[in-house]
Design a protein around this ligand. Structure first.
Ligand SMILES: NC(=O)c1ccc[n+]([C@@H]2O[C@H](COP(=O)([O-])OP(=O)(O)OC[C@H]3O[C@@H](n4cnc5c(N)ncnc54)[C@H](OP(=O)(O)O)[C@@H]3O)[C@@H](O)[C@H]2O)c1
Length: 334
């Protein structure tokens, strides 16, 4: 416990969404209790606004909670106080909440749901650790067996997820072809070592990989016709993994690709991976990711930070087409 519980804040700010649109969001003040036995009080420093959060606000996410709900899959904060019996976490430590519902100034969690972060962790990058770096790592390592020199192709190649795929694939010696939908988005994947950057707005012929290369794995965040275009860049027997539906259209491959070329189309959802993976493997994943974070191996570009009190402006900015990096929320202690 902290020295004097009376010095702890007595209230916190919490975002409440109704799930009927981006504007259907309120910031409410709630009483804040001191942490009980085995609990940790976190002061949130940074929270991410991800595409899945925007879909939740619009009521369009694949796994929609009942309203009202607090959005925010990701965030990080500083420990303000711990209850009796908590080991390994102390006031002042940086930590990340494992659960969702993080768009708030403070939260009380049971200690096993609070992941310690290195003391010198960059708050922006630490806030973005849970979703995209974890998804990138699992998709690169567990869905297809990749060897150095193999090719992976992905769309939304300038996204935070794409940036982490590029960074992690670089450590594996795997070539990545990054597809972006506009010329202005090509610089970022180029700077991160993409073996090829293909600007494709989906209207012309399917772009080819350099020197006749063909990919073994395609990572699809877009769906619809974009999935089929990825199929055209795969070697026979290759796998397309749909993990996002940015176009809103269902992913599809042609019957020819499925039957005569032996392509596989499958989905990936990190929440499902967490639910079906033993806790010690999840722990090992986060140990690797915090190590990667400390060494600067993973990371994504940030466009702007907004205070939680300007949640409406932040959400509007995050929903803009062509933004140049993530929009983050800053909490009370930022
Ligand atoms: N399945 C999972 O477990 C899992 C986990 C993490 C993330 N995801 C998904 O991964 C995707 C990327 O997330 P992120 O956080 O990395 O995104 P982000 O950094 O916020 O970037 C969004 C990206 O989507 C592109 N985009 C938006 N609408 C598009 C459209 N209609 N067609 C083509 N591209 C479009 C943007 O291109 P411009 O820059 O040109 O606007 C940008 O590259 C999202 O769909 C997210 O839900 C899934």
């Amino acid at each position: 416990m902290t020295d004097n519980p009376a010095t702890l804040p007595q209230t916190c700010l919490v975002a409440r969404a109704g799930g009927t649109g981006l504007a259907d969001l309120q910031l409410v003040e709630e009483p804040l209790r001191a942490p009980g036995e085995g609990e940790v009080l976190l002061e949130m420093l940074r929270m991410t606004i991800n595409p899945a959060d925007l879909l939740l606000l619009e009521g369009r996410y694949g796994h929609q909670p009942s309203a009202p709900f607090t959005p925010g899959a990701e965030g990080m904060g500083r420990v303000l106080a711990v209850g009796a019996g908590v080991r390994g976490l102390a006031p002042g430590d940086l930590a990340m909440p494992a659960p969702t519902a993080n768009w708030r100034s403070h939260r009380v969690l049971k200690a096993p749901f609070v992941v310690p972060l290195p003391a010198d962790a960059d708050p922006d990058q630490a806030a973005m650790l849970k979703a995209n770096p974890a998804t990138a790592l699992v998709m690169l390592e567990e869905l297809v067996s990749l060897s150095p020199g193999d090719w992976v192709v992905m769309n939304a190649g300038n996204s935070a997820l794409g940036q982490n795929v590029l960074r992690l694939a670089g450590t594996m010696g795997v070539n990545v072809a990054a597809i972006v939908r506009r010329e202005g988005a090509a610089t970022l994947p180029r700077s991160l070592g993409a073996a090829a950057v293909l600007v494709d707005d989906g209207t012309g012929p399917v772009p080819a990989l350099p020197d006749g290369a063909q990919a073994r794995l395609a990572l699809d965040a877009v769906g619809g016709a974009a999935t089929e275009r990825l199929g055209g860049m795969l070697a026979d027997g290759g796998t397309v993994v749909t993990y996002g539906l940015l176009s809103g259209a269902a992913p599809r491959l042609s019957a020819h690709d499925l039957v005569f070329r032996g392509l596989t189309l499958r989905g990936f959802w990190l929440a499902d991976w967490f639910a079906n993976t033993p806790p010690e493997r999840i722990q090992a994943l986060f140990d690797r990711l915090t190590d990667h974070l400390a060494k600067g191996v993973i990371g994504a570009k940030v466009e702007a930070r907004f205070p939680l009190t300007d949640i409406a402006g932040a959400v509007q900015s995050a929903a803009r087409e062509g933004r140049d990096g993530k929009i983050l929320l800053t909490g009370g202690g930022a």
